[in-house]
Design a protein around this ligand. Sequence first.
Ligand code: FAD
Length: 317
Amino acid sequence: MSIVLYAEFAEGKFKKVALELASYAKKIAESLGTTVTAVTINAGDVSELSKYGVDKVLQVTNDKLAGFTAKAYADVIKQAAEKENAQLVLLSSTTDSMYLSGLVALALNAGFASNVTGLPVSIAPFQVKRTAFSNKAFTITEISTPIKVLGLAKNSYGIFENASTLTQEAFNPSLADADFGVKVTGIEKASGKVSIADADIVVSAGRGLKSPDNWGMIEELASVLGAATACSKPVSDLGWRPHGEHVGQTGKPVATNLYIAIGISGAIQHIAGINSSKIKVVINSDPEAPFFKVADYGVVGDAFEIVPELIQKLKAF
Ligand code: FAD
């Protein structure tokens, strides 16, 4: 019996969610007295995984898997889980992994819980805590099937070093033509900047900025911090910013380490999408703005004075 996880690899390195998943898997493995096996698809150097407690890597190298192909990837993970006699199969909550998780669970006849936010609440019965109702509540979900598939919510556990001796094994699962019915054939990046999904810090701005011409300082602050830029819904509806930057209940979810909201009122639909972020900083001229109720740090003041000053201070730091 082992724990199998899918370690996502892109642009020459493991995604941060893969390292978080490895840290998470190791912690569970230690309490169960079992091992952690990672399955990788067309990854380069996999040795980094040993830093985070992975004991074994099943390395799949196959040109047919060069583009994301949900059914084929799910088949690879299923066969890896069967080979390792896994009872726990772990994926992250990226768009690709969310897509895969259901397919993997179906293929393994396993119970599945998505958006899991921490270590299992109990092992027998097997219960996990997961977010619900747009992050406004948590549910305790029990999985009673022998094999369990979990999708770990981003930034919900953290990345911890825990060195292991890594065994690497080439793995050649059998793939059917039917696995390749739908395939991603190319990726067009919306911009060369940090993407919201990968960002540790997100600098987000709202209608309080008054005009699209005022986004220079937001871009600059994001650049100084190595952050992604985001915006409220009306801002993207007005065409001030691209739709890809709209965050909230109907936009992209944000679960980052630091979320800075500038000139955003804090409507429930906005908060619902960003509430999983660890630290929320709000800059707003209205001390009654609802956002202050959920903020960890708040600055009451004019964004047009505070943001340039903040940039200067950070540059001098
Ligand atoms: P406003 O509400 O206009 O707030 C602007 C803020 O800027 C105010 O708090 C003001 O005090 C402040 N301000 C003004 N001038 C300054 C200054 N100089 N310096 C600092 N602060 C200043 N919204 C989302 O964002 N995401 C969603 O996913 C989303 N989904 C929705 C789904 C539904 C079904 C509905 C009905 C609404 C949804 N909304 C969503 C819209 C949401 O209800 C709010 O209308 C929206 O979030 C408000 O955007 P805002 O805070 O940018 O603008």
